[in-house]
Ligand binder design. Structure first.
Ligand SMILES: [Fe+2]
Length: 291
């Protein structure tokens, strides 16, 4: 196997880098995997352009970095490759779904800041999103650097979150988005969890604010209304330009992000324009470590 080096170029002072010299259709050497992992830890979000891969290759790439998650709802996961989460407004026969479709309503909650699978006891480590049919009318994915957000919190606000836990409940999504309520079985398989609001990254050791506003409905020791108001204020603070990279998609981009220290959202786009994106999610490396 010929060993080679990748090149990594920062995309924004906030976070994000573009990686060149990688072809995800071919096996990766341990050296390249290690270089990508190092860049991922340094920049939190990596962009790989021109990667026309199949869903199976997408899953294989994901496995270099961890175990792919199988989503708990049949309505969103692919019927063909179970590790693929369909962030798409078409069904698997290629038909456009109306915005009123419950799947579309659930996916539309991604227009608000969140981090993937934070409602699991062991939340996701990362995600890899493949742009297959990309939007021209919007549909940018924005990422915010939660290390920088934590470092920039006013001392008074930091006192409100340090040592505190907030609740992450998958069902909260349906309360705020109009998506269908989880079934009894889905609810039983996904009970709400409490996660520290400040976490310590298991690799970098850095502290970050850890919230996921589409799932957060409670903060310990706080009235629920005040808790949601504080979460919304923190999300607004986190969304300031100096913390954010906005990714404009080209077909066959793969974007890989670290869910432990970033949040993301999608910007609005014309719902009648096809947008087909396939995501894999990497299972986390243990319960959230309090800072
Ligand atoms: Fe997401």
């Amino acid at each position: 196997m010929v060993s080679k080096s990748i090149t990594v170029k920062s995309l924004d002072p906030a976070l994000g880098a573009e990686v060149k010299g990688v072809d995800f259709r071919l096996p990766l050497t341990p050296e390249v995997v290690s270089q990508i992992h190092n860049a991922w830890m340094e920049y939190q979000v990596l962009v790989f352009r021109c990667q026309p891969i199949s869903d199976k290759q997408h899953v294989a790439v994901t496995r270099y970095f961890g175990e792919p998650e199988v989503f708990h709802q049949n309505i969103i996961k692919s019927k063909f490759v179970k590790e693929i989460f369909r962030v798409s407004n078409t069904d698997e026969n290629g038909n456009l779904m109306p915005p009123s479709d419950p799947i579309q309503q659930q996916l539309s909650s991604a227009k608000k800041w969140h981090t993937d699978s934070s409602y699991r006891a062991v939340p996701a480590m990362g995600s890899l999103l493949h742009g297959i049919e990309v939007s021209r009318t919007g549909g940018l994915t924005c990422f915010t650097n939660m290390y920088k957000v934590y470092d920039a919190l006013y001392p008074k606000v930091r006192d409100l979150v340090d040592g505190k836990k907030c609740r992450h409940d998958f069902e909260h999504l349906s309360r705020i988005s109009g998506a269908r309520r989880p079934s009894k079985d889905e609810k039983a398989s996904m009970p709400a969890v409490w996660q520290p609001m400040v976490r310590k990254h298991p690799v970098t050791g850095r502290k970050s604010l850890y919230i996921s506003p589409i799932y957060n409905d409670k903060i310990e020791g706080m009235d629920d209304e005040d808790a949601v108001a504080l979460i919304n204020e923190l999300a607004e603070f986190a969304g300031q330009e100096q913390f954010v990279y906005r990714h404009k998609w080209e077909a066959d981009d793969i974007v890989m992000w670290d869910n432990r220290c970033t949040m993301h959202l999608v910007t609005p786009h014309d719902q009648n324009e096809r947008r087909v994106m396939h995501r894999t999610t990497i299972i986390g490396d243990g319960p959230v470590l309090a800072a």
